[in-house]
Design a protein around this ligand. Structure first.
Ligand code: SME
Length: 155
């Protein structure tokens, strides 16, 4: 793991994520490693992590980056909105997203992917960048595949 280098080769990175989680059934352990892997392997990110749905709150799960808000109500912020709509939200400029919750004032753009297991939202993966427009289509598709890998192991 220590020799990995940042790259834009998403096919290679996906294989590495697959290898990282293949032998471990525990989803918290896998989320922890995936949060760390993405944080360290993709350029220009300041926060990567998961929020897990408990009743009507998304509760902070495994992450990398600065300490963050521990609870986000469903329907609130980018995370809560993505979870409520069961929709990927790719926000080019967080300052233009009404209700955005600023956990880290360095964040300028944000990608949130709902984690859906057997049709139910069980949480979200949240990725923040300190630059605007960070999440192009290729990076968005890569992150959706990363979340799919976790979901497939879970289901
Ligand atoms: N910005 C998020 C809150 C979570 S932090 O970015 C880690 C939101 O608006 O839901």
């Amino acid at each position: 793991m220590h020799n990995l280098e940042k790259t834009n080769d998403y096919t290679l990175l996906l294989k590495q994520v697959e290898a990282l989680i293949q032998d471990e059934p525990d989803y918290i352990a896998n989320m922890a490693n995936v949060a760390s892997f993405v944080y360290h392997m993709i350029t220009d990110l300041n926060w990567t992590g998961f929020y897990l749905l408990k009743e009507d709150d998304l509760v902070l799960g495994p992450f990398n980056g600065l300490p963050a808000c521990t609870r986000i109500r469903i329907g609130k912020g980018v995370c809560g909105t993505a979870a409520e709509r069961k929709q990927v939200l790719n926000v080019d400029d967080v300052h233009l997203f009404e209700g955005h919750i600023a956990c880290d004032s360095a964040s300028e753009s944000e990608l949130v992917i709902p984690v859906i297991v057997h049709g139910k939202v069980i949480g979200v993966m949240d990725i923040d960048s300190p630059i605007k427009n960070r999440f192009d289509l290729a990076l968005e598709e890569f992150m959706i595949e990363v979340v799919n890998l976790i979901v497939r192991k879970w289901a």
